[in-house]
Design a protein around this ligand. Sequence first.
Ligand SMILES: *Cc1c(COP(=O)(O)O)cnc(C)c1O
Length: 224
Amino acid sequence: MTVQQRIETIRQRIRAALEQAGRKDEVTLVAVGKTHPPEVLLQAYRAGIRHFGENYLQEALAKQHALAHLDITWHFIGPIQANKTRAIASRFHWVHSVDRLKIARRLSEQRPDYLPPLNVCLQVNISGEDSKSGIYPEELPGLVEAVSALPRLKLRGLMAIPAPCEDLQTQREPFRRLRELLEKFADLGLDTLSMGMSADLEAAILEGATVVRVGSALFGPRRP
Ligand SMILES: *Cc1c(COP(=O)(O)O)cnc(C)c1O
């Protein structure tokens, strides 16, 4: 299958899930390009994809350079080291993986004046696994309050990567918990639930995902 055919398959899955959920709104498809070269991303762009997600800064910068002439919205979705915040703050439109105040402060301080505030989501450890990044739900209210006060960030919502599982009903549970967490902050106008990947996007959309981040189902398995 070509990238274009895979994109069409993903779009059909998204449409079917929206219909099943009875939703009239739309879902943003972020194409996750980790390990795949810029030529492959370009094929996705030609098939209409405008949102691209990257996990590793150096890899992302190289692709941004190669694709600089295109109208792309770049999403940073990987773990953030403090010494990478300056580049992330100036090269991306969105950051989905903020889970510490220290990182949020640095992104706000380092967001260049000539750009609009950086869109951010807070990553939540929704399955409670020690190994995964993300803030624990109990600590979320404090982080939401502190991040929404930072002048150069625009807090948009929440992101999570639940533990993988096969069955649709089980997949839905952590996504439902993330939606319920977001609803607690309704008065702040947060509008983004970044959840759902290749294997569980239907479950995420049924629970209200507004952004899905899809890698392997679009570009094939990760390259070594
Ligand atoms: C790799 C990755 C994805 C995409 O995962 P697939 O299972 O390949 O669709 C989404 N979000 C994050 C944070 C990732 O690291």
